[in-house]
Write a protein that binds this ligand. Structure first.
Ligand code: PEP
Length: 250
């Protein structure tokens, strides 16, 4: 069986002290049971990456919530992929719906970020998903297909080998209402078919679900065919809940 992947995205939450406490609890929790066949990563806010790395055991990977589409220079406030590499990030989220909606990131910008991350040897986590309105208009498949195809056209299908795609219906993020199991399954199948049309095998790309994934629904979501793990926002903010989700992924 393919190794599952569980990623926690803390977004802009917690103080330094809160997040150090989280990492300390999580480290202790991991000692109580061996994690098998699951890779776990957390994406703290940028300023805390180094402190969190120093507390978590090496089996827990570090991820970044975003990256600049530029490499170096006069880009005030931006963080480059090489900086993330120096801070030992393994994963980099690109195209999260909050950045698409609130920072105006377009598919082309996201594809550029994806390219830089994969060229740097880190693993991009490409977030795709439809809004409530797009869903109501029956556009789920076309929206997701365009989001993925822009990356393939710009970076080449080979760049998706070993990458991660997170299907995150925007209307399910932070709402407490996750997508129906049948919808997750069918959307993941459509994504796999698109990847296959572009010459990629099922094992090449890790496919996550995200959107109100929590301890109470993680087991059934992880048991779906084509779901290789999860991207978790709100429920990753409590170390105990995130641990439960990691155990459920085994
Ligand atoms: C997310 O923001 O990527 C996410 C999945 O959030 P939540 O788990 O809170 O829905």
């Amino acid at each position: 069986m393919k190794q599952r992947l569980v990623i926690g995205n803390w977004k802009m939450n917690g103080s330094l002290a809160d997040n150090i406490l989280w990492a300390t609890h999580f480290r202790h929790g991991l000692k109580s049971q061996t994690l098998q066949d699951v890779e776990v990563a957390v994406c703290p806010p940028f300023p805390y990456l180094q402190s969190i790395r120093s507390i978590l055991p090496d089996i827990v990977q570090l991820g970044a919530q975003d990256v600049s589409s530029e490499c170096i220079g006069a880009f005030t406030g931006e963080i480059s992929v090489n900086m993330l590499k120096e801070l030992q990030c393994r994963y980099v989220i690109v195209g999260h719906s909050e950045r698409r909606a609130r920072m105006g990131e377009r598919d082309a910008d996201i594809a550029e970020k994806f390219k830089l991350v994969s060229l740097a040897g880190l693993t991009p986590v490409l977030c795709v998903g439809e809004t409530e309105q797009e869903r109501a208009h029956g556009q789920t498949r076309s929206v997701i297909s365009h989001q993925i195809q822009t990356v393939i056209d710009r970076c080449g299908a080979h760049a998706l080998r070993n990458a991660v795609i997170a299907y995150e219906p925007v209307w399910a993020i932070g709402t407490g209402v996750s997508a129906e199991l049948a919808d997750i399954q069918s959307t993941h199948a459509v994504i796999r078919a698109q990847l296959s049309d572009n010459g990629l095998d099922a094992d090449d790309v890790t496919l996550l679900y995200g959107g109100s994934l929590k301890p109470g629904n993680s087991e059934e979501i992880f048991s779906l065919p084509n779901v290789d793990g999860g991207l978790i926002g709100g429920a990753s903010l409590k170390a105990a809940d995130f641990l439960d989700i990691c155990w459920a992924a085994q």
